[in-house]
Design a protein around this ligand. Structure first.
Ligand code: NAD
Length: 321
């Protein structure tokens, strides 16, 4: 395994991180026992960063991860989130200080631990920025002072909002998803130079573009515009015809990033853990990469509208169009 320092947190994190949203059945029902085996296999092979949230399976992913980590807590860096609890806005969201304080206790119980290593505001684009800055983050910083969490971060999709919040508040980490992979590299235009200059830990999630860059393809809820889905299907076919799984290429590409501390892939099967581990330290074939990026070029860097309209990236397009 390759390890990187996650910005000013000083945490030494595995280049490949374990995304636990599939453990909450977010991509379809999973075999719970296989999920536990996947977590154990990951730890044995040197993966030490685990990311989860109360939202994933409405507590199920945290519960399953907590079970799997029993006896292994000291070997891993555990990241979870607060603020988002369900899909629909506004019922599924609560960024109030009161809810954050309750949320951490719920997460600690489900995860069977007494401290969260990285505690993050989940999907900041669903809140007004005044609340994130004036209420949510201050509540998290108090939890840090109390020792219930070690580091505080933000997560979300619109890059400009992530940057604006990180400019205004002293966060330790930023998690961005679907913004540095074969389809979208705009992370490097908006966030990477800023995060690097400030020493903020940068976490890149969903390098498979939430399953778009796999042979199985996107789940039906996927928000990407139709032309992006079509281009990804064409690229997957191109790879398949050459005996390559596009997921391997996608992960090899994302793992080459020069500043990201850990790249989070959603996993619930031993087979995927082993497959994804084989991408660590293996650069993509330059010719294949160039050909695939040519196929994806017409669909590159197309972001969708996510969260409250006031928080959209200015160039984002409506979901699923
Ligand atoms: P992803 O791009 O990692 O894709 C995950 C899907 O791909 C799952 O269905 C998984 O079973 C499948 N998969 C994994 N390895 C594969 C392989 N080798 N071949 C074929 N299929 C494979 O998307 P994700 O799970 O959404 O993102 C990774 C993690 O990042 C999440 O689990 C979560 O922990 C985190 N995340 C956080 C946020 C946020 O905080 N806002 C948003 C997105 C993701």
């Amino acid at each position: 395994m390759i390890y990187h320092v996650l910005g000013k947190t000083g945490l030494r994190v595995s280049a490949l991180g374990f995304g636990a949203s599939p453990l909450g059945n977010e991509f379809g029902p999973v075999d719970a026992a296989e999920g536990v085996r996947a977590v154990h296999c990951a730890i044995e092979q040197g993966i030490n960063y685990f990311d989860v949230a109360p939202y994933y399976g409405r507590g199920l992913a945290e519960t399953r991860l907590g079970e799997a980590l029993a006896g292994h807590r000291q070997e891993v860096i555990l990241a979870t989130k607060a603020g988002r609890y369900d899909k629909e806005w506004p019922e599924g969201f609560d960024y109030s200080a009161k809810r954050i304080v309750r949320s951490v206790e719920e997460s600690l119980r489900r995860l069977r631990t007494d401290c969260i290593d990285v505690y993050q505001v989940h999907d900041i684009e669903f809140a007004h920025r005044e609340q994130i800055l004036g209420e949510t983050l201050p509540a998290m910083f108090r939890l840090k002072e109390q020792g219930k969490v070690r580091f505080v971060g933000i997560t979300g999709y619109p890059l400009q909002l992530l940057r604006a919040i990180a400019e205004a508040a002293n966060v330790d980490t930023i998690l961005s998803y679907c913004r540095y992979d074969l389809l979208d590299t705009s992370l490097d235009e908006v966030l990477t130079p800023f995060a690097r200059a400030r020493g903020i830990g940068l976490i890149n999630a969903s390098p498979l573009h939430m399953r778009l860059l796999t042979d199985k393809g996107a789940p039906e809820w996927h928000p990407a515009p139709k032309r992006v889905v079509a281009a990804a299907q064409e690229a997957a076919r191109y790879c398949r015809e050459r005996g390559v799984d596009i997921a391997d290429l996608a992960l090899q590409f994302a793992l080459q990033h020069s500043y990201v501390g850990t790249t989070l892939v959603g996993m619930s099967k031993v087979e995927h853990v082993q497959r994804n581990l084989s991408a660590v330290g293996k650069p993509p074939d330059p010719e294949l990469l160039a050909a695939v990026r040519r196929i994806l070029a017409p669909a590159a860097n197309i972001a969708w509208q996510e969260g409250l309209p006031e928080n959209y990236d200015p160039y984002a397009v409506p979901k699923g169009l």
